[in-house]
Design a protein around this ligand. Structure first.
Ligand SMILES: *[C@@H]1O[C@H](CO)[C@@H](O)[C@H](O)[C@H]1NC(C)=O
Ligand SMILES: *[C@@H]1O[C@H](CO)[C@@H](O)[C@H](O)[C@H]1NC(C)=O
Length: 571
């Protein structure tokens, strides 16, 4: 499916990271992991020496030889630990472990801080031997005595990862991130990795078993409006309807039955979307004369309800029908290509788009959609070339012009070229002047303006969008996000997002954004609730995986808050 949410400029736009994480709506573009949601907090970076096993800062001078007899138990423990550290540095882990064990045994139980160090050091030695269970046990001892022991928590997190205990690993690494004020790359990366893995696993399970879900009529209409050079998106021609009537009058029931496709088209005009798949099936099973169209329409609705497994064989069939109308085959290729992109198979995707351009070189839709794919693949120059081709074929295509401006903006921005940024902005002005009825033009311009910190003007642009398309929930979410960024006005932001949900209670982007804001405000339970709503509405497995990551991140935070009384900074 074509990207339903506008594509955002990449990272590095000078926004605090959590805001970026908020803004980056599409999972494909989400380079920044969910863990970074909270990374806006400032603070000194905690440096953690790499492969530095043991606490040496507390190393004490310990007497040698016979004097040992006069030593206190704590001194003896320290001496044992210091010997352990030497073995450790020499790579003699077995001996190191023996020394640390001795330290633990002789150390008085009330010396918690020292004891926790000895356990942590022994865990480091076990880690070298890849004895993960022992690592976890020793780190747990250390953390029990010293709950904010970053080194022990992080070591345990790594061992838990090795043991494939992702849930507990995530809790530990979350605690570490909070204790380090999200300033340490290593722990952030581990959090990100585990969140992504967990999200992927859960989405895979859930997506298989979910109920099919028809998107909102607004979404469906907007989806079809992104195709203009195909047959199934077009309204029925008068002639076609007449044709059907004629069939009904003149011939037997058999012929009426074969008009399943035409019925489906009528349901489409009536926005009675739930009946379309079954009508198409009738056409296909009766081998009606619109079989190719019916296959394509059915596949399109399978894609819309999120069942790619069912869509693929239909698309394959249309694509392989050598004598079918080339527009149908090209459209099927575009849709299969988009589907592959959603399944993170960019090569197959590119292949399909290229084949579409080969069989139907004058089809503007091909270039328009391939341009979007190229943007996702960060191939901006090729994207611009495709948009140009689309504009050449269809000079009135406002959408392609707006998207071209956006691609140019992105390119100028990442290329750090102020003059080209200005050119791109002028281009947007030109587009909205020439196509004042194209909402997407205002929306994309608003995003570039936001990125350029021209908040007031961006807000005006969103207002124009709302005027043109009052039913488009997405715009309200964007406008809400703008209020947060511009005025730090949480209430107004949340009001606008609530409005989005009012307009379209299937707007997953609104629930996701609201969840992210609730995380910021420290309302974790509410956030989890919102993320779960978004999960149930996710339009692809990948999107669902991203949402699960957000949800798990929030959940891990509640656990950490409960266990250690740790909370990240809130708004
Ligand atoms: C809503 O507007 C956005 C631009 O803000 C556009 O990309 C999207 O396709 C529209 N969605 C619907 C459902 O109309
Ligand atoms: C998707 O379609 C296939 C084949 O029609 C079906 O077996 C499967 O249950 C459907 N999955 C969902 C989630 O609806």
């Amino acid at each position: 499916m074509a990207a339903s949410k506008p594509i955002e400029p990449g990272a590095g736009s000078g926004l605090p990271r959590w805001q970026l994480a908020l803004l980056v709506g599409t999972p494909i573009v989400l380079g920044v992991g969910a863990a970074y949601l909270w990374s806006r907090s400032r603070g000194r970076s905690t440096s953690r020496g790499k492969e530095q096993p043991s606490e040496r800062n507390e190393e004490r001078k310990t007497p040698e030889g016979s004097e040992q007899d006069n030593m206190s138990p704590l001194d003896k423990a320290q001496a044992a630990k210091n010997r352990g550290n030497k073995y450790f540095k020499a790579g003699k882990y077995e001996q190191a472990i023996q020394c640390y064990t001795e330290a633990i045994t002789v150390c008085p139980k009330e010396q918690k801080s020292d004891l926790s160090t000895f356990y942590q050091n022994r865990a480091a030695a076990y880690e070298q031997q890849a004895k993960w269970t022992e690592v976890v046990e020793d780190c747990s001892q250390a953390v029990e005595m010293n709950p904010r022991y970053i080194k022990a928590l992080f070591r345990r997190a790594r061992a838990l990862e090795r043991l494939d205990n992702k849930k507990e690993c995530l809790e530990d690494v979350t605690a570490v991130c909070i204790l380090e004020a999200f300033q340490n790359q290593q722990s952030m990366l581990l959090a990100d990795k585990v969140l992504k893995q967990l999200g992927k696993e859960k989405a895979k399970e859930k997506y298989k078993n979910r109920e099919p879900l028809m998107p909102s009529p607004q979404f469906i209409k907007s989806y079809f409006s992104s195709f203009t050079d195909d047959i199934i998106s077009q309204p029925l021609q008068k002639g076609e309807k007449k044709d059907e009537d004629k069939d009904k009058e003149g011939e037997a029931a058999e012929v009426t039955e074969s008009s399943g496709y035409l019925k489906a088209k009528q349901y489409m005009e009536e926005e009675n979307y739930d009946k379309i798949i079954s009508e198409c099936t009738k056409e296909i099973e009766s081998k009606g004369r619109h079989t190719a169209e019916a296959l394509l329409l059915r596949a399109t609705f399978y894609l819309l309800i999120g069942n790619a497994t069912a869509a693929q064989p239909d698309l394959d069939r249309v694509i392989n029908m050598q004598d079918a109308n080339v527009k149908l085959r090209a459209n099927a290729l575009i849709k299969r290509g988009s589907m592959y992109m959603q399944q993170q198979q960019p090569q197959l995707s590119t292949q399909d788009f290229n084949m579409a351009a080969e069989i139907d070189p004058k089809n503007a839709d091909v270039y328009h959609h391939r341009g979007q794919l190229k943007i996702l693949l960060d191939q901006v120059e090729e994207a611009v070339a495709d948009f140009d081709e689309c504009i050449l074929l269809r000079p009135d295509s406002a959408l392609a012009q707006a998207q071209k401006c956006f691609a140019l903006y992105r390119q100028a921005y990442t290329g750090n070229s102020p003059s080209q940024v200005q050119t791109a902005m002028d281009g947007f002005e030109d587009v909205i002047r020439r196509f004042p009825k194209c909402a997407e033009g205002y929306a994309l311009y608003a995003q570039a303006l936001t990125d350029q910190q021209q908040f007031g003007k961006a807000d005006e642009m969103y207002d124009k969008c709302i005027e043109l398309e009052p039913d488009n929930a997405t715009t309200y979410v964007h406008k809400g996000l703008l209020q947060l960024q511009w005025k730090q006005d949480l209430d107004m932001g949340l009001d606008l997002i609530s409005k989005a949900i009012e307009i379209d209670n299937k707007c997953d982007f609104a629930y996701e954004t609201m969840g992210t804001i609730e995380v910021q405000r420290g309302n974790l339970d509410k956030a989890i609730d919102m993320f779960n709503k978004a999960i149930n509405l996710a339009k692809s497995e990948m999107e669902m995986a991203h949402l699960y990551s957000l949800c798990d991140a929030a959940y891990a935070q509640t656990e950490v808050a409960r266990k250690y009384g740790l909370k990240p900074p809130t708004l």
